[in-house]
Design a protein around this ligand. Sequence first.
Ligand code: 5GP
Ligand code: ZN
Length: 112
Amino acid sequence: MSDCDDCLFCRIIAGEIPSGKVYEDETTYAFNDINPKAKVHVLVVPKKHYANVAELAAGDPARLAHMVEVAQGIADDAFHGDYRLVFNTGADAGQTVFHVHAHVMTGETLDE
Ligand code: 5GP
Ligand code: ZN
């Protein structure tokens, strides 16, 4: 069930919109970004809807920590554990989907 019918990522998590799933557990879902900015560019999201990382950190810090563990596992598999983790927070910082997501970029040496 979606928390929010109008939310793209809730719809992806619910299976209403196809995605390239790379990981799923009870609380967390991860899928390939449709417009990758690195050789491996995965979005890690909590299944429960929070608008941004600040709301998630305040509301459920353990779930945020688990997202980092999932990101680490993706990078362990893809690129000896090195990765970049980005949370765009707010429209003026580039956030376009207001369901918190960690951009995990890895799979190659990244430019600064
Ligand atoms: P933001 O700009 O909010 O930090 O990141 C949103 C990300 O979602 C972007 O990198 C964008 O490419 C990705 N994205 C947008 N729509 C879709 C979609 O329908 N499927 C997938 N897999 N990624 C999407
Ligand atoms: Zn959502």
